[in-house]
Design a binder for this molecule. Structure first.
Ligand code: HEM
Length: 132
């Protein structure tokens, strides 16, 4: 097999995410499912949705049969060489989302201080001017 021993990078994986060029990462290996996609009993959309990332969980959750697994070596492109990179990327996305959330809470609570505080100031100003 010509592709034997090939190591696929994250960049390459992300270059094959369309219906006419689709690679899937399952259990640390990358498969070219382009020709299979129209025959996939689970449909094309689920496969396209798993492109460019680790599809292992989605693949295993379905409980694919031994027959399904037996088809996979024929589609093998090679080993995936960037699992750590992929995980790191996912973590970065998660922490970016977390800090966005913190930012929103922070600016929200500033307004929550500002509104009662300005009401209080207005109240004392009113008392001061109406009593004099
Ligand atoms: C190289 C990768 C894949 C191959 C060779 C493959 C092959 C197959 C085969 C042969 C079946 C028929 C049932 C069986 O034998 O288990 C099936 C069903 C199914 N596959 Fe995949 N599959 C792959 C990837 C995926 C992925 C990434 C998903 C994402 C969710 C997926 C979702 C499904 C679903 C939902 C079914 C069930 C369809 C039904 O029973 O109505 N498959 N697949």
């Amino acid at each position: 097999m010509a592709s034997e021993g090939k190591v696929v990078s994250l960049e390459e994986l992300k270059q094959h995410t369309s219906k006419d060029k689709l690679w899937l990462l399952v259990n640390g290996k990358v498969y070219d499912v382009t020709k299979f996609i129209d025959e996939h009993p689970g449909g094309d959309e689920v496969m396209i949705a798993e492109a460019g990332k680790d599809a292992t969980e989605a693949f295993e959750d379905v409980g694919h049969s031994d027959e399904a697994r037996a088809m996979m070596p024929a589609m093998l492109v090679g080993d995936f060489g960037a699992l750590d990179e992929l995980k790191k990327g996912a973590k970065q996305v998660a922490s970016a989302t977390a800090s966005n959330f913190e930012g929103a809470v922070q600016s929200g609570s500033n307004i929550m201080y500002f509104i009662p505080l300005s009401l209080l100031v207005a109240y004392f100003a009113w008392r001061f001017y109406s009593s004099s």
